[in-house]
Design a protein around this ligand. Sequence first.
Ligand code: EPZ
Length: 417
Amino acid sequence: MDRIVIEGGRPLKGEVRIGGAKNAALPILASALLTDGWNTFDNVPNLMDVQSIERLLSHLGAVVERGPGEVRINAAGLKNSEAPYDLVRKMRASILVLGPLVARLKKARVSLPGGCAIGARPINIHLKALEEMGATLELKGGYVEAAAPRLRGKELFLDVPTVTGTENILMAAVLAEGRTIIRNAAREPEVSALADTLNRMGGRITGAGTSVITVDGVSSLSPVSTAIIPDRIEAGTFMVAAALTRGDVLLKGCDPAHQGALMDKLLMVGAKIQVEEGGIRVRGGDTIASVDVKTLPYPGFPTDMQAQFMVLMSVAKGLSVISETIFENRFIHVSELRRLGADIIVSGNTAAIKGVPALSGAPVMATDLRASASLVLAGLIAKGTTVVNRVYHLDRGYEKMEEKFARLGAAIKRIRD
Ligand code: EPZ
């Protein structure tokens, strides 16, 4: 398994281009199942999770071709409605084929995604919505079997503003009979990006980006050519890295409109932020002030940035408190940060971080995608050498992260095992 070795202490300087958003690419690639011609998706990141969903779409009968940064998908030959365990277990967002399969093939047999390191990750809200829209569901042998001659539009209320739940429902409702209203819908930019794509295919969706989304079902959709939006979490990770190393980094190709909560906190920390043409420049301040954070659904502070921000707080002046309200077990990185000298106490879903003058390098273990990103960030400032093991977690959501950091001046390299 690959490792990443970092010599800490170098400020990051220069420009970095932010890639396409993993969490927009996954639902948008799945939406190709709703059409029967060639879709072209540009700015698709080349990540393990994206490769996983490409494999699943091929398994279902779609033709998937990958070019440089581009993916072309033709689902005219879609015939298989089963997403098997060995594919779904590798990437739980595979559940995103459920809605499109029921909408297009009138049935689906999808392996239930297990939990993962950060939580149980149930899909009860996805399933309840499909049932309310007229699907019959059966859970057996670790699979959900769904069938519906034609889904009917319905007024739905989501118990939790689930991101992939909202996305699954959009892809089911877009071809349903009549009007669906989704209340307490997720407002993430990735949901809006999917809705924009479905509308370009001929869908009739209004309200995406707000908590009430209205979908008027249509009889069929046509293939499209579109580009994936920039990855706001990759961008946030580099913004924190610039503040952390007291560097000066210009992020190109990202959307400042998606960074409100994080930019607000980074300004409070003492970083300097300038929104420039097509990008964001972040410069570290002379000191790092301690700032409290509570993760919330968008547009609140993103849970996917919690681990990265905790590294910044681990060397801030004073005490900060981070509350994780989205997932029940998303502090796994704390024990690894402690190995680097961080002073953090966890009680339930709250972590208290007492800033220390410096971290010191050590071997650490990545456990989930964003936790592994936080360990790389910690290595950038820790005195001496940090070795991050099991970086396959990192490769699920960051394309060539170590190369991007090296180009910004970090002493970082990947050791391939
Ligand atoms: C999406 O996961 C993202 N993944 C996650 O990013 C992100 O952390 C999360 O949204 C929150 O922003 C993708 O978009 C592929 P949720 P998702 O359903 O949709 C509960 C990363 O690092 N819930 O919004 O699975 C759930 O338990 C990943 O890129 C139910 O109770 O998250 C959680 O507590 C990690 N029942 C909360 O809602 C359901 O049916 C939010 O989960 C669904 C969710």
